[in-house]
Design a binder for this molecule. Structure first.
Ligand SMILES: [Zn+2]
Length: 501
């Protein structure tokens, strides 16, 4: 149908506006330096993922989470440290924080209610420790944390979930917990990276960790999360507990739903795909998104590399937009309410399972690395699965990438960090649309097969790790020669050359 064509194009455009991501890093490093001839002086230090073990009880009336988090962290920084940092993103929504400017108006409205995390105790190796929370960063001084040494931390906390249209909030039927669990900050060549919770983009950066979460909810509630839930265990007081364990993920998201939520569920290879929706919403729209999610997961598994986790959850929440988390994505209510076929978002967020989820990046510093790739990948999927919409999709891309000169004259480019952008319009236009165009133009020159092969190589090399722009470019340069480096560096800084081998 004609309408479908534009709808699809608009949807992709919308999806682009909406998505976010996070990332992480845990390269198994030196091992991938194939051509290193020198004898190793010391054995390459292996990255050891942080282990998180949390037990929480949810009070669905009060919208509070009370519990503990045990963290086992190995000093991977290559030097001795006297501090460690964690992100405590729930604190962004505490009373008195000015959430008016920037993109906050999408998240905060007149019905919003603040929330926060209260850390009541921190133990370091079994002893009560000092700590300080500044904005959304928790700093814990350590007496001595030697290179390679593992420490045990123990947190006790209470969280009040805020009411708003963001990643961590609630409505009448669900509490959706994105970025709730304290995650360790990344230490990279810039030192500890403790960026604030910016309103634009998905201002996250994390390494993969191993998570075990036990959550107790009232008997009539159900949960879904980044992990795969086992059967709930009934507690004596009528509540029930779920325990889930998942390895090699950058974050752990969770949605607590009342009995009005239903799901479609299918087994795809070793992965269960669940789509959770409210029984009062459009089943048809939920089904379409469920099927598109399955198709996209299979497609990207085939082209880029296998989706390795046991479960993938697509969940309707009250967030204003679609959002990616490892193993779980949110879809916004308006897709169901509009009763339209809208699959652009589910495809885009599914692509993020590869670009952000499995291959991480610093989403503040180099947001193009996951957003341009997710946009490019979801367009490729749409073109292959719905080829009749191809012309419309490229027409949309053309229109959306016109008029970027004004930003570029100001020094804002595809490759700019998220805090350079002053409007969601130019962020979307450059990072998502023009970023995807950069990849599509290269694909036209080198062919789909080569493009897929290179992205597969990039995925293999950086899976469960963090990549930078220069890592990405190196993969292409190694195969295509120095022309690839010139090509990407020019596009990322506002020029639009053709690719020359
Ligand atoms: Zn995205």
């Amino acid at each position: 149908m004609k309408k479908g064509i534009w709808l699809t194009a608009i949807l992709i455009a919308l999806a682009v506006l909406l998505s976010g991501c996070k990332e992480n890093n845990s390269k198994e490093t030196a091992g991938s330096n194939k051509s290193e001839n020198k004898a190793p002086i010391v054995e390459a230090e292996k990255f050891v993922p942080t282990v998180y073990d949390s037990t929480i009880t949810v009070n669905v009336e009060e919208k509070t989470l009370t519990g503990t988090l045990k963290v086992k962290s190995t000093n991977n920084t290559g030097k001795n440290q006297d501090k460690i940092y964690f992100h405590v993103y729930p604190n962004q929504f505490r009373e008195g924080v000015d959430l008016i400017g920037g993109f906050w108006r999408k998240i905060i409205d007149e019905n919003s209610v603040p929330g926060a995390m209260e850390m009541t105790e921190v133990q370091v190796n079994g002893n009560r420790g000092n700590f300080e929370i500044k904005e959304t960063v928790l700093e814990i001084p350590l007496e001595k944390w030697k290179k390679g040494e593992t420490i045990d931390l123990n947190f006790k906390f209470t969280m009040k979930v805020p009411k708003n249209n963001g990643r961590f909030a609630y409505d009448d039927n669900a509490i959706w917990l994105g970025n709730w669990i304290p995650i360790q900050a990344v230490y990279d060549e810039a030192g500890w990276v403790t960026d604030p919770y910016l309103s634009m983009g998905d201002p996250f950066y994390s390494q993969v960790g191993h998570y075990t979460v036990k959550v107790t909810v009232p008997g009539t509630y159900q949960i879904t999360s980044t992990g795969k839930e086992g059967e709930a265990i009934k507690e004596q007081d009528g509540s029930k507990s779920y325990t889930t364990t998942i390895e090699n993920v950058r974050d752990f998201a969770m949605v607590i739903m009342d009995q009005n939520y239903e799901k479609f569920s299918d087994q795809i290879g070793e992965t269960t795909v669940n789509t959770w929706y409210l029984a009062s919403d459009s089943q048809e729209a939920a089904k379409q998104n469920h099927e598109a999610g399955i198709k996209a997961l299979s497609y990207f598994s085939e082209v880029y590399g296998r989706y390795p986790y046991p479960e993938y959850d697509i969940v309707w929440t009250g967030m204003f937009t679609a959002m990616e988390f490892p193993g779980l994505i949110y879809l916004p209510k308006n897709i169901l309410e509009s009763n339209e076929t809208e699959i652009g978002s589910v495809v885009h967020e599914t692509a993020h399972q590869w670009w952000y989820g499995m291959v991480g990046n610093n989403e503040v510093k180099e947001p193009w690395l996951d957003e341009a790739l997710a946009t490019y990948a979801s367009t490729r999927f749409m073109l292959e699965e719905f080829p009749e919409n191809g012309a419309a999709i490229f027409e949309m891309r053309k229109q959306m990438t016109e008029g970027t000169e004004r930003d570029e004259k100001k020094g804002i480019f595809i490759g700019s960090p998220v805090d350079k952008f002053t409007s969601i319009g130019s962020y979307s236009q450059l990072v998502y649309q023009k970023g995807a165009l950069m990849l599509e133009n290269l694909e036209k020159e080198i062919g789909k097969e080569k493009m897929d092969q290179l992205l597969h190589t990039y995925f293999k090399e950086y899976q469960f790790d963090v990549a930078t722009s220069s890592d990405f470019i190196s993969v292409f340069t190694e195969e295509l020669g120095p022309g690839a480096k010139e090509y990407f560096e020019a596009w990322l800084t506002g020029k639009e050359p053709e690719f020359r081998q």
